[in-house]
Design a binder for this molecule. Structure first.
Ligand code: FPP
Length: 258
């Protein structure tokens, strides 16, 4: 596909070049605007989710091609159960349709599926599709495609706090041993090791909030908000967001290092 972004491995990219040496290792995306995309076209909201699923496929391949190590996608939040039943049911079917059609491409691209969130509340068919995809891609060593399904950032932190408390109660840990590293090890992202925290969060559709997504892990992430609705987001949009990230100076509370 034609891309307006040239790519470079040099340390001095010109204005239109993506610096391939500075691709965020972990990108998290809040895929917003499916409903508005559909509304604009006078289609039912679920048509937006269906198109959004196609965008997930395209962006997964684009991110993998760019050398991203982890792509975390907010597919269903703990709050999304409040939507009308028909829409929730449709969203629950999407992972089944997605994995049925896309696992061979994931394997071809060496992408491994991971899920965070309480999937035990999902319908059985959805749980099975998720487990099958995780198993089928278990040997892939490239990018991790991390779906947040029935996921909430606050409940994740609450659960980590409960687990830490239990370890203290069981005498396996003292209160003084509870530190950031310990809590990080109890988060759902701990299997990602060095890549557990996203360097870049993208949210589509113009809203500028994080809606209970990866609250712990986003502490030092760069946020890029784009106006496009998720179904319109493409590989150029991804490159553009990365380009914005590359123009930022990450200091982690310290001073600029040159
Ligand atoms: C937000 O748009 C989107 C969601 C709540 C669902 C995200 C799901 C997908 C992108 C489909 C792909 C999923 C899988 C598992 C492959 P919205 O409905 O809140 O849009 P609105 O704010 O315009 O109403």
């Amino acid at each position: 596909m034609f891309s307006k972004f040239k790519r470079t491995n040099s340390n001095n990219p010109d204005e239109n070049e993506l610096d391939l040496n500075n691709i965020p290792k972990h990108i998290a995306i809040i895929m917003d605007g499916n409903g508005r995309w559909a509304q604009r076209k006078h289609l039912p909201r679920v048509a937006g989710h269906r198109e959004g699923m196609q965008t997930v496929k395209k962006i997964t391949i684009a991110a993998s091609d760019l050398g991203v190590k982890v792509l975390s996608l907010y597919a269903f939040s703990t709050e999304n159960w409040k939507r009308p039943n028909d829409e929730v049911n449709y969203l629950m079917q999407l992972p089944i349709r997605f994995f049925q059609t896309f696992v061979p491409d994931l394997i071809k691209n060496n992408v491994r599926v991971m899920v965070m969130g309480d999937i035990t509340r999902l319908p059985e068919g959805t749980q099975k599709a998720v487990h099958d995809a995780i198993n089928q891609t278990a040997d892939c060593t490239g990018m991790v495609l991390n779906f947040a399904l029935n996921y909430g950032g606050r409940i994740e932190i609450v659960d980590a706090a409960k687990q830490a408390s239990q370890l203290v109660t069981d005498g396996k840990l003292t209160v003084d041993q509870i530190d950031e590293a310990l809590l990080a090890s109890l988060m759902m992202t701990s299997p990602l090791g060095d890549f557990e925290d996203p360097e870049l969060l993208i949210r589509t559709s113009g809203e500028q909030r994080i809606s209970n997504f990866m609250l712990w892990q986003l502490a030092y992430s760069e946020f890029v908000f784009v106006d496009e609705h998720w179904p319109d987001f493409d590989s150029d949009s991804l490159s553009n967001a990365i380009k914005i990230y590359q123009g930022r100076h990450r200091r982690f509370g310290g001073l600029e290092t040159k």
